[in-house]
Design a protein around this ligand. Structure first.
Ligand SMILES: [Zn+2]
Length: 391
């Protein structure tokens, strides 16, 4: 129960999802002599598991066995026909369900292990057995919408955990997604809801095809009762530690403060790191430490310290693990004890400052725009007015 430790939930079944190899996340090419592992592979989470098990935080980590979700539990967010389609893809020998999303024999059960382990971590917090938990799972989930697979994801672990908290009596759940990509599936599932605040900080990458029609723009603020309860913070390529810290402090923290969540979930990817093959942001271990600190402060302020981190993306095998370790150092307020082997690129917050101003303006206008159905109670979470040089 001590708040100075972290309960990490893990299930070896998440290793059973074999995404194969090819040309990065595309199928093999006859033009290449050597194929490479699909970036979303089991080694990612093996390394995170190792650094937490062997590293300086090991005495502050309590390990817990996860479990597989039931179909009924998946239906907390996904439609039954969609779940069955993923199962059928697995049982019929496997296929790509999107251009980059592989479902192979065994993937369905691995997906159940990821979802069930995220749910077990949330249940642990709801039962009062701990305050800070981390679900170390794969495949990631935040691109998966109720009926659409996308971007390596087919079951949305983060959204399922959020729904469980609501089902267990929490009135308002906030999700902060700092994976480098837009958390479109989570956004989509809660877009018309005022009981889940969905926040996504991401590289400004826009939509990428039929599985990902959402833009991730700041004008996507929610619809109907949900208007004002989705905050997108697209950040320009090259945003680093200072820019992410500013975006958290100026946009995300005020929005969460206004929402007053009873539970805080972080969709924790590390693909905004300096060396990730799947992103072009420049966070270092120090930047992730600051993000972890922000999350902890918000949890202490609003949700009685209850904070669940759920693993999302992060594809550079070594740095992903080190950045997750740094994130948990930030959550714990622990001094950094692993030297950053890669922090040598420059950090320029100027483009992020401009982007933050643009988000503030677009957000305000989109929330004030007429034409949508009536909102839920209260005004939309105000975005901070601080440091706005041009209003
Ligand atoms: Zn990602």
């Amino acid at each position: 129960m001590a708040a100075d430790s972290i309960d990490v939930f893990w299930h070896p079944g998440v290793l059973e999802h074999d995404t194969g190899s090819g040309v990065f996340d595309a199928p093999p090419s006859p033009l290449m002599a050597v194929n490479e592992p699909h970036p979303e592979n089991a080694d990612r989470v093996r390394n995170i598991h190792a650094v937490l098990d062997r590293g300086p935080l090991k005495d502050r980590i309590r390990w817990h066995e996860g479990r597989r979700a039931t179909i009924a539990e998946l239906m907390g967010f996904h439609k039954k026909a969609y779940i069955e389609a993923i199962r059928e893809a697995d049982e019929s020998g496997g296929r790509r369900v999107t251009a980059t999303t592989v479902v192979a024999p065994g993937s369905f059960r691995a997906g159940l292990a990821a979802a069930g382990t995220a749910l077990a971590a949330m249940a642990h917090l709801m039962d009062g057995k701990g305050r800070i938990a981390y679900a170390l799972v794969r495949p990631p989930g935040h691109h998966a919408a109720p009926e659409v697979a996308d971007g390596y994801c087919f079951f949305n672990n983060t959204a399922l955990a959020a729904q469980l908290a609501l089902d267990r009596g929490v009135h308002r759940v906030a999700v902060i997604d700092w994976d480098v990509h837009h958390g479109n599936g989570t956004q989509e599932g809660f877009y018309q809801r005022d009981d889940v605040l969905t926040v996504s900080l991401h590289m400004d990458h826009g939509p990428w095809g039929p599985s990902h029609p959402q833009t991730g723009g700041a004008d996507e603020v929610g619809r109907g009762r949900g208007k004002g309860f989705n905050l997108n913070v697209p950040l320009p390529m090259g945003t680093g530690d200072e820019g992410y810290d500013l975006a958290m402090g100026e946009l995300v923290v005020p929005a969460v403060d206004a929402f007053r969540p009873g539970m805080l979930i972080v969709a924790a990817g590390q693909d905004a790191s300096q060396f990730d093959p799947n992103g072009r942001q420049l966070l270092t271990m120090a930047g992730f430490r600051r993000l972890g600190r922000h999350a902890r402060v918000l949890a202490d302020r609003h949700s009685d310290g209850r904070l669940l981190l759920i693993q999302e993306g992060g594809y550079e095998l070594t740095y992903t693990a080190l950045c997750m370790h740094a994130t948990l150092e930030g959550v714990l307020g622990a001094a950094p004890r692993i030297e950053d082997p890669l922090a040598f690129l420059p950090d320029d917050p100027a483009p992020a400052r401009a982007a933050i101003e643009a988000v503030r303006k677009t957000w305000r206008e989109a929330c004030a725009a007429p034409g949508e159905a009536g909102r839920g109670e209260g005004p939309p979470p105000p975005v901070s007015e601080r440091k706005g040089p041009r209003g």
